[in-house]
Write a protein that binds this ligand. Sequence first.
Ligand code: S3P
Length: 170
Amino acid sequence: MKSFKHIFLVGMPGSGKSTVGRLLAAELSLVFFDLDAEIISSQGKSIAEIFSEGGEELFRKIESETLINTINKETPFVMAAGGGTPCFLDGMQKMNDAGTTIYLDTPIDLLLSRTKKKQHRPLLGENHAEKLKELLKTRKDCYSKANYELQTKNLELAGKIEGILKILAD
Ligand code: S3P
């Protein structure tokens, strides 16, 4: 396996970044960070509270600062980025410079069913299905700048981990 620094999982809300990231980190004996959780603990506020206080602009600023602070930690880690992290304030570039980025490409029907009931995604709000489809459309280009892409369709959790380990072994 090549020597790597940090590993970043990127992709749409509902693509399984956190679940896969946590297991991948355990598999590789690395620390795991969920960027949303880091934001919540550093700010002492929920994502929804940050959006309602300062809108998306404030959230992206905090998200970018939290990304940089986490990247600067010495120990290699696995991070589940937020869905929009790579697409604002040079997020993808920052992650590509700091390690390996892997895009979890997940079919829209799965994204839809997995994100329906979650409360921490103010961007989806009402008209959830239309907003999610629109987000995916506008972010495709950005996600395509990840170092690697894993098609997660038809893959169980173990298959996703196997796929990522294969990518990292190249
Ligand atoms: C966002 C996705 C969320 C969270 C915030 C914004 C986005 O993270 O960072 O609500 O812009 O797609 P998940 O991808 O973990 O849901």
